[in-house]
Design a protein around this ligand. Structure first.
Ligand SMILES: Cc1ncc(COP(=O)(O)O)c(C=O)c1O
Length: 417
């Protein structure tokens, strides 16, 4: 059964055809199922002519908004005359993107890069690097309730159970208020049990997909310290957080750590499929010729998009803009929490928040009513995370007036709930 909306004849036409031809597993469930005709800046226009402020950035991908004029021009300039597939070729732009990404880290362990075409593939390549570097170690440590992807090893370390018998879980702070020694004890027990058999530790800066749980800074510093002490590679999954989301270019800066391997994705290429692992040479070079190769990874279009994105970040001072504007986003979300008792918590940092609702039903209604908005205008959200948490992750270029306007739209829409 297709999702249909009143007074959306064109949209409903495409929704019905989509349901007819495309497997529903292709997308996660979002009650609005927006049909987009065009996109510009922080706005999406539906095929029926309604204007929506985007509060998703796709899925934290379009950090520069849509059809960003400078990005589009630079992307085309970089791409001029290059082959679309660069398998076993090198183009100058691939070298430039690799060098710029490594240098953007600003710490000595950022030495080499491996490219991939999706976040989960990047995670897989990072984990392979550690496992190949230490072939006699087989235990994989992951923080509980993370999301690293749906495929392969990335899926093995997602959630809190694993089909992989080598995975061991440790706790991630989710507002329980435990002190540092609680986590220290778990880590020490793990070391006492497995010692030199531990191949790696993988974590996320914050639990995004689980509903926005952002830990205290000392948590990641503790994990890093334990890894350093026992010579265990510390892998930081920045697929979602990279390129400005937390108010710094990278979340490792926000949390004050220098991981051995960092996995980047999503926003790094403004919509072109790109991800990458950046980190220690001895880990990355443990993979021999071809062991991390595939058809599309690190191709010319991805690298052009990375360079164009980095140009815009530098020239337009995107991170500074986030630092300046993040307080406004937090204010409007806190005001919404005060206004609507069905919001039980607001968690986040920078430009990524979760609005935790009292039930899944209410959270879905919030998404739908925001979509309907005032009729002509509305707000675009994805379906709730962890059943009842609405993620707020607007493009990083949004300004204070646009945020105020979005707030007014949400107040009028959510009064109907
Ligand atoms: C933190 C994190 N890691 C990994 C992934 C997987 O990325 P992809 O969907 O590109 O495979 C995601 C995607 O949402 C993510 O948020």
């Amino acid at each position: 059964m297709s999702i249909l909306h009143p007074d959306e004849n064109k949209g409903n036409y495409y929704r019905e055809l989509w349901t007819k031809y495309v497997g529903r597993g292709q997308q996660t469930y979002t009650p609005s199922q927006i049909v987009v005709d065009k996109a510009q800046g922080v706005y999406l226009w539906t095929i029926d002519g309604r204007k929506l402020t985007d509060f998703t950035s796709g899925v934290l991908v379009s950090n520069l908004g849509y059809a960003h004029p400078k990005f589009e021009t630079k992307f085309k300039e970089y791409y001029k005359q290059l082959p679309r597939n660069t398998y076993n070729m090198i183009t100058p732009v691939q070298v430039e993107a690799s060098k710029r990404l490594i240098e953007s880290f600003g710490y000595s362990k950022a030495q080499k890069i491996l490219w991939a075409a999706s976040g989960s593939e990047g995670i897989q390549k990072a984990m392979w690097s550690a496992l190949h570097r230490y072939p006699k170690r087989h235990i994989i440590v992951a923080t509980r309730h993370g999301f690293h992807g749906k495929k392969g090893l990335a899926a093995d370390v997602t959630g809190d159970t694993s089909p992989n018998p080598n995975v061991r879980w440790i706790s991630f702070p989710m507002g329980e208020g435990y002190e540092q020694d609680f986590y220290e004890k778990e880590l020490n027990q793990l070391w006492d049990t497995h010692k030199e058999k531990i191949a790696l530790l993988i974590t996320e800066p914050y639990l995004g997909a689980k509903g926005s749980y952002h830990p205290p800074k000392w948590y990641h510093q503790l994990l890093q310290h334990w890894c350093n002490e026992h010579d265990i590679p510390f892998i930081f999954d920045e697929v979602q957080s990279c390129f400005g989301r937390t108010g710094n270019m990278y979340a490792f800066q926000t949390y004050g750590v220098e991981p051995d391997l960092v996995v980047l994705g999503k926003g790094m290429a403004s919509g072109e499929p790109a991800s990458a692992v950046v980190g220690r040479e001895d880990l990355i070079e443990s993979l021999d010729y071809g062991e991390a190769s595939d058809t599309f990874s690190g191709g010319s279009s991805a690298c052009c998009a990375v360079c164009a994105t980095m140009d815009v970040f530098e020239e337009d001072k995107i991170v500074e803009h986030v630092k300046k504007t993040q307080g406004k986003l937090q204010d409007i979300l806190m005001k919404l929490k005060q206004e609507f008792p069905f919001i039980i918590d607001v968690r986040g940092e920078g430009f990524v928040y979760g609005v935790d609702c009292i039930t899944a039903e209410i959270a879905n209604k919030c998404v739908l009513e925001a979509y309907y908005g005032t009729g002509k205008e509305g707000i675009h959200f994805l379906g709730p995370l962890a059943k009842k948490v609405i993620r707020v992750s607007p493009p990083l270029i949004i300004n204070e007036e646009e945020l105020d306007h979005a707030y007014q739209l949400l107040v009028s829409a959510w009064k109907r709930i």
